[in-house]
Design a protein around this ligand. Structure first.
Ligand SMILES: *Cc1c(COP(=O)(O)O)cnc(C)c1O
Length: 424
């Protein structure tokens, strides 16, 4: 498509956009009495208007039914998480029995590593990406220490090549081969939080498993953002948070995937009563008999007040479908890229987009090095209603989330950016 950097052109794209109506389903903060241009849905998604009713429902059931709400609420609390199985499994490409929702992301990765990181003898190494999200780095270090190994020996990072911003698949595969028999686990962020790079999960999963390792994915930046086929890719396990692209509210519940072939295995796990055989859960039996499915990794009784906003969101995603979402995502991201290049030329600047150019290797995020610009530009953007994320020294991350960002937002952003640079 031949893009144009005009308001009319952007408005035309909005008119043709089948997701345009969803903007009015979200609550936007306001700056100078105008709704903001929100680029940080990769950090905390906006609140959908429908969410409040889901939370109110729990509050009302609690008020009216108290303990009886566990079984007699319209959406009973005791197996509330089962309402996620159908819609969520479609979003991540899984069987309904392979997904569950519980706890929070890092906690779930720890719980899943209990099952899937079983170092033994010389097979004790973990492959991850260089500069993984800090929580993941602490996760790896503490797990390795817990098992009595040394992080500097057990954790193998895949490096970027000199002068490159993204990690090459061929380098991941070479490292997997090199570590070979010593490799216990591959655990990488499916979409890199800093650059927005999307990894080739299918190929990497197969390569890790070919040398006898388990392969899991941290899908914090992937769930609700990219097409996932976790079952078909034969991924061993995965977990994600729900508050980034999935709009379920600050620090909210996490989703997990455990592949079907592990459901009947004797994998070790840290158990709790909510993972116990559903029919017999309240018989208060002494021996743990896990549910045969991802639900078997549940620990505590469900935090329904935090699951309710997630359910609202999952139902919205299911009603739209990932394919429709991704179609707009590709177009609006490409339009934003075009605008950035245009403004770059107009102001004679040197923006450097470090996110891959290839649509297959990126999703809803462009990370931009604003060479020569500083914190003042960020402050200007924020004061003028553009909510972006700033990383030192001068990288902004822009997520034109297809659910609630418009093409006109992209145009408008370009104009504000230009004024911010020229007016300094
Ligand atoms: C956002 C994010 C997290 C956050 O973990 P929480 O346990 O939800 O705080 C972890 N890993 C990655 C890769 C992330 O992007």
């Amino acid at each position: 498509m031949n893009f144009q950097n005009t308001r009319e052109f952007a408005q035309e794209l909005d008119q043709k956009d089948v997701l345009n109506k969803y903007q009015s389903e979200f609550i936007f903060p306001k700056v100078n009495d105008k709704k903001v241009i929100y680029f940080t849905g990769n950090s905390l998604g906006l609140q959908p208007k429908r969410t409040k009713a889901y939370v109110d429902e729990i509050m009302n059931d609690w008020a009216n039914l108290a303990v009886e709400g566990h079984f007699y609420a319209e959406k009973p609390w005791w197996d509330y998480q089962e309402r996620f199985a159908e819609p969520l499994s479609k979003i991540v490409g899984a069987l309904p029995s392979e997904v569950t929702v519980m706890n929070t992301l890092t906690v779930n990765l720890h719980l899943l590593m209990v099952s899937f990181y079983q170092p033994k003898g010389k097979r004790f190494k973990i492959i991850c990406e260089e500069k993984a999200f800090p929580s993941d780095q602490y996760l790896f270090q503490s797990q390795v220490n817990f098992h009595g190994y040394k992080p500097e020996e057990a954790i193998v990072e895949i490096k970027r090549r000199e002068g490159e911003h993204n990690i090459r698949t061929e380098d991941v595969l070479a490292k997997i081969k090199e570590v070979g028999q010593e490799l216990a686990l591959v655990l990488i962020g499916g979409v890199n939080y800093y650059t927005g790079q999307v990894f080739d999960m299918k190929t990497i999963t197969a390569a890790g498993q070919a040398v006898g390792a388990k392969v899991g994915w941290d899908l914090a930046h992937a769930a609700g953002n990219i097409k996932l086929e976790l079952h078909d890719w034969n991924v061993d396990f995965a977990a994600w948070c729900s508050y980034k692209y999935m709009n379920s509210g600050p620090g909210n519940a996490s989703g997990c995937f455990v592949h079907e072939r592990h459901h009947h295995s004797n994998l070790p796990r840290f158990a709790g009563w909510w993972g116990h055989n559903k029919e017999r859960r309240f018989k208060m039996e002494p021996n743990f008999d896990p549910v045969q499915g991802a639900d078997g990794w549940q620990v505590s009784n469900l935090p329904v007040l935090s699951l309710a906003p997630y359910l609202a969101s999952v139902e919205m995603f299911a009603e739209i479908g990932m394919d429709t979402l991704i179609e707009k995502r590709n177009l609006i991201t490409a339009y934003l890229e075009f605008i950035l290049h245009k403004i770059d030329k107009e102001v004679n600047s040197t923006f450097e987009i470090i996110t891959p150019q290839n649509q297959e290797e990126r999703a809803s995020q462009l990370s931009v090095f604003l060479h020569g610009e500083g914190r003042a530009l960020f402050d200007y953007l924020m004061k003028n209603g553009v909510i972006v994320d700033w990383r030192e020294p001068n990288v902004i991350r822009l997520a034109p989330v297809p659910l609630y960002c418009s093409f006109e937002d992209m145009y408008e952003f370009g104009q504000i950016l230009k004024r911010g640079i020229l007016g300094k």
